[in-house]
Design a binder for this molecule. Structure first.
Ligand code: SF4
Length: 511
């Protein structure tokens, strides 16, 4: 749905029209479902930048005496969207709660990447029905990537009438209007735009914590890997202007943040959509490395767009971390072709060679899908051999899961699930072996750890991450939280490290 359709719909579906629920009409006239087909039509329209977000006067105080609760599924992009929505809620006068039962508004910020992620959300939607029965004034909304899928919206419309709002990833800035409509109308409020080319700059945010922060540098993805729903749910690639990003990072540095992660579905395509300047991720990182913030990371990379200039800049080190997550997905050129990843095994290995030559201490991690439709034993073995050849420190590994609306979901697949599971086990055995070997190298080493808080499993211990994103648990004073401290590794396990702090810290209690 585009802006004009939305305005037309608003006229038909005016909020003061308190009719009984009749969902059939959504299908007939009022509701235009999100369309994966429309989402794929990439126009050449110029990206519009908006700096004029504000909460309309009439909505101020909407949340007075009310609480909101957001449950977030999926990736950092969703986590960051939740921070933005929380900022809007606070601007409207709501208070936050971490108990769904206490909330007056519940939002499920969903993920569409895998089928079981969607099943979890539908399970939660089902559970919330009882709460809605108990508290009829409760508003429940579904947002995030699943809302951009026609099949999901149709299923909610047909089966889950206790949901009050569905809105998409392009409609977050419209949250005040959507809430207002939901309060005024008995009907489910649906606002999902299939295509959107705009960047809204000045949205409020409530960041989780004051040590690490995410900074969006771009939105959307134009790569259309054949298994992936993201280019449909997140729209076309559009980059934020460098000045806006740099200003945000400077502001975070001034606030004392220790680490930022630059975010995008395909950060290596940053700047490709600018018509007026030649400016890419390498240029941006080169500017950001001069800012006084101790750690800078970026995710997620696409090998195809990873250029030499970026490697050159990363090699300068400093606050640019020596860990690169470089999703490969498969070690077979044939499978990569079917996945439409747009690089070959050889090109990927050449990129790795260049990165290692420029940054000898680099740690590489990756994502791998096993059991792609019709993947042969030989092709799978190419993945195993590539894994060893690169020498990744660790990997996220998955069995291929079809997503409706993607080209791969239409492919016939001759690989039985038992074979896929067995391949995953074999791959994971190699991942574990290499991870354990990589961790062994830390034994007795002194590493810099950014301390994030108490250890999850033992509140007497502290936990934090090395520059290469390895988890370290160690005994130390609480005053170390939020600081980068030196820790000697005493026990290297497969997935985490234990150690002891080796520097004196001021024994000042941190609030
Ligand atoms: S680059 Fe990433 S987000 Fe884009 S289509 Fe491929 S897997 Fe999906």
């Amino acid at each position: 749905m585009n802006e004009q359709q939305r305005l037309d719909n608003q006229r038909v579906n005016s909020p003061d029209k308190k009719s009984a629920k009749d969902y059939s009409k959504y299908f007939e006239a009022v509701y235009i479902p999100p369309s994966l087909k429309d989402a794929k039509k990439r126009g050449k329209e110029e990206v519009k930048y908006h700096n004029d977000f504000s909460i309309q006067k009439e909505f101020l105080g909407m949340g007075t005496g009310r609480k909101f609760y957001i449950r977030t599924y999926g990736c950092q992009m969703n986590e960051h969207d939740t921070e933005v929505m929380a900022g809007i809620f606070l601007g409207l006068g709501y208070e936050v709660t971490d108990q769904a039962e206490d909330a007056n508004v519940i939002l499920l910020n969903t993920c569409a990447i895998r089928e079981n992620a969607e099943n979890k959300v539908f399970g939660e939607i089902g559970h919330l029905k009882a709460l809605k029965r108990e508290k009829p004034d409760l508003l429940i909304g579904v947002c995030g990537c699943m809302s951009q899928e026609e099949s999901v919206v149709n299923k909610i419309l047909e089966k889950h009438h206790h949901i009050d709002m569905i809105f998409g990833t392009h409609n977050i800035h419209r949250l005040p209007n959507i809430l207002h409509e939901a309060y005024m109308s008995k009907e489910m409020v649906i606002e999902v735009w299939s295509k959107e080319g705009d960047v809204i700059e000045n949205l409020p945010k409530v960041r989780r914590g004051n040590i690490k922060a995410w900074v969006n540098i771009m939105y959307g993805c134009d790569k259309f890997c054949t298994y992936c729903i993201v280019p449909y749910t997140r729209g076309k690639e559009r980059s934020r202007r460098p000045d806006d990003i740099i200003q945000e990072v400077r502001h975070l540095a001034a606030q004392g943040y220790q680490e930022i992660t630059l975010l995008g579905q395909n950060v290596n395509a940053y700047g490709k959509d600018f018509d007026d300047i030649q400016y890419g991720l390498g240029d941006l990182m080169d500017e950001i490395r001069k800012i006084d913030i101790p750690r800078v990371r970026f995710t997620t990379s696409h090998p195809r767009d990873f250029d030499d200039h970026l490697i050159e800049v990363l090699a300068k080190g400093g606050n640019l971390m020596d860990h690169i997550h470089l999703p490969v997905q498969s070690g077979s050129t044939d499978v990569l072709k079917i996945m439409a990843r747009k690089y070959t095994r050889e090109q990927y290995l050449e990129l790795v060679r260049k990165i290692k030559a420029a940054i000898p201490n680099v740690s590489l991690t990756t994502d791998i899908i096993v059991g792609y439709p019709n993947e042969t034993e030989e092709q799978f073995e190419e993945t195993l051999s590539l894994y060893r050849e690169v020498g990744y420190e660790t990997a996220y590994t998955f069995i291929y899961s079809p997503r409706e609306g993607t080209p791969a979901a239409k492919m016939t697949d001759n690989v039985p699930m038992a074979v896929k599971k067995e391949r995953l086990q074999r791959l994971n055995a190699v991942v574990n072996e290499l991870s354990a070997a990589a961790m062994k190298k830390y034994q007795d080493q002194i590493v810099d750890v950014l301390v994030e808080g108490e250890s999850k499993n033992n509140p007497d211990m502290l936990a934090g991450y090395t520059s290469k994103s390895r988890l370290v648990n160690f005994k130390g004073p609480k005053t170390a939280i939020g600081k980068i401290v030196k820790v000697k590794i005493t026990d290297a396990k497969t997935w985490s490290l234990n150690g002891e702090i080796v520097e004196e810290l001021q024994q000042v209690e941190v609030n």
